[in-house]
Design a protein around this ligand. Structure first.
Ligand SMILES: Nc1ncnc2c1ncn2[C@@H]1O[C@H](COP(=O)(O)OP(=O)(O)O)[C@@H](O)[C@H]1O
Ligand SMILES: [Mg+2]
Length: 236
């Protein structure tokens, strides 16, 4: 992916500020404080929102301008599953994404059921999403995305609210995923074995590079901030 001087203003505020970067690694971790623009970047990269200015390209296309390509290539797991789920039951939710890709009703349902079965969750098919826990909803969203077989999955704090077995199950799946991952997380353990880290600060690149070099620097800076009493930055 390549970003060149990307800016995004929301309600007069520069949420993404002249962001330029280029990377093609298969495993990219994204770190940064609350409000640094991580979720906004994930929405830009999956084409849900457009830039205010600048150039953005992922796998050779602009995901906002080419929605069909974006739908096929990029899957975004939202930070909040309630913002992602739109159908009453689990099976309907999974089937919807596949229908959007152009599969007919029979194929979409068959593939959705296969996905549930791959995660050992066939018994969830008629369960109402609203009856699931936060972590279980996250799993439904991930299964919906995986079923669509994207080449890139963007994960926005995917493990928040998951119990340990579910988290391990997802982690195991992600480890075997042959496509690319962009993974936003506050937990250094989640990003072990990632090729590169992108550290965002106030909508700008604070650092981009080798994980082994960036993570210790990031943690040192965060612990230092944590030692101070001033959390006023949170409201910036
Ligand atoms: N739809 C929106 N309306 C107003 N402000 C927003 C909106 N989306 C994001 N922001 C602001 O943009 C900044 C970055 O938000 P976000 O990308 O969610 O940060 P992060 O995911 O790193 O915590 C925050 O200050 C947030 O308040
Ligand atoms: Mg966020």
């Amino acid at each position: 992916m390549r970003l060149d001087q990307v800016c995004l203003d929301i309600e007069g505020k520069q949420v993404i500020n002249q962001l330029s970067l280029e990377t093609n690694v298969r495993r990219l971790g994204v770190i940064g404080r609350n409000g640094s623009g991580k979720s906004t970047l994930s929405r830009l990269l999956s084409g849900l929102i457009d830039t205010t200015s600048g150039q953005l390209e992922i796998a050779g296309f602009n995901p906002f301008k080419d929605r069909r390509a974006a739908l096929r290539e990029v899957g975004l797991l939202f930070q909040n599953p309630d913002h992602q789920i739109i159908f009453p039951t689990v099976l309907e939710e999974l089937t919807f994404g596949l229908r959007q890709l152009g599969q007919d009703k029979t194929d979409a349902k068959k593939n959705a059921l296969e996905m549930l079965s791959a995660f050992g969750k066939e018994h969830w098919q008629d369960v109402h999403c609203s009856a699931l826990s936060h972590g279980q909803k996250h799993l439904v969203c991930l299964m919906s995305i995986v079923a669509m077989k994207p080449n890139l999955i963007i994960l926005d704090e995917p493990f928040a609210g998951l119990d340990i077995p579910t988290k391990r199950q997802l982690q195991r799946y992600l480890d075997t995923f042959s496509g690319s991952l962009i993974h936003i997380s506050h937990d250094p353990d989640d990003l072990q074995n990632y090729d590169q880290l992108l550290w965002l600060e106030a909508g700008q690149v604070a650092a981009l590079g080798d994980s082994n070099e960036i993570m210790p620097r990031y943690l040192a800076a965060m612990y230092e901030l944590g030692e101070s009493d001033d959390i006023s930055d949170l409201s910036r």
